[in-house]
Design a protein around this ligand. Structure first.
Ligand code: GDP
Ligand code: MG
Length: 180
């Protein structure tokens, strides 16, 4: 019998306001490291994470942005051919949560799958190690927020303490594979 092991390559966007922890989440997920100071190089950074998924191989190409966050939007070219996205906010800074819907609208307005749907997007409430007030006050409303704003789900995460990052990525991959 021939080997019919399948390989998937997925471009995954990681977007959200400056300083919310996008780079830290990627470094934690891909390199198992954490630092309080990642230099913001201008441009786009890539990191590759390889997963064994049942008997298949999933390669996640994570796209980090640096320097363009302050404009609150990206170009169509940047979003092109992405299969999934994380939109990240910082639970200690409510303004970064207010920016989430703006990021989602920007993404959905510039990228639509061939089936007419928007790409699977997971919301990450990062820095949950620091302050739980946001989640105490809003945790119950988050599921509804996700339904109303087209997120497939949300996770509270900490890049610092390594909370939920693997789970969030697996959840996103599951949605991408199911939609293919
Ligand atoms: P980016 O601009 O979205 O890429 O954010 P960075 O990854 O550069 O993180 C901005 C700052 O927040 C850095 O000082 C990080 O160390 C810090 N940070 C990132 N994730 C966490 C986290 O989960 N918990 C805490 N306490 N700090 C974090
Ligand atoms: Mg960064």
């Amino acid at each position: 019998m021939h080997n019919n092991q399948k390989e998937h390559l997925y471009k995954i966007l990681v977007i959200g306001d400056l300083g919310v922890g996008k780079t830290s989440i990627i470094k934690r997920y891909v390199h198992q490291t954490y630092s309080t100071n990642y230099r913001a190089t201008i441009g786009v950074d890539f990191a590759l994470k390889v997963l064994n998924w049942d008997s298949e191989t999933v390669r996640l190409q994570l796209w980090d942005i640096a320097g363009q966050e302050r404009f609150g939007n990206m170009t169509r070219v940047y979003y092109r051919e992405a299969m999934g996205a994380f939109i990240v906010f910082d639970v200690t800074r409510p303004a970064t949560f207010e920016a989430v819907s703006k990021w989602k609208e920007d993404l959905d307005s510039k990228l639509i799958l061939s089936n007419g749907q928007s790409i699977a997007t997971v919301l990450l409430a990062n820095k949950c190690d620091q302050n739980r007030d946001f989640l105490t006050n809003n945790g119950l409303k988050m599921d509804q927020y996700c339904r109303e704003n087209g997120f497939v789900g949300w996770f509270e995460t900490s890049a610092k303490e390594n909370v939920n990052i693997n789970d969030a990525a697996n959840f996103l991959v599951k949605h991408i594979i199911a939609s293919e």
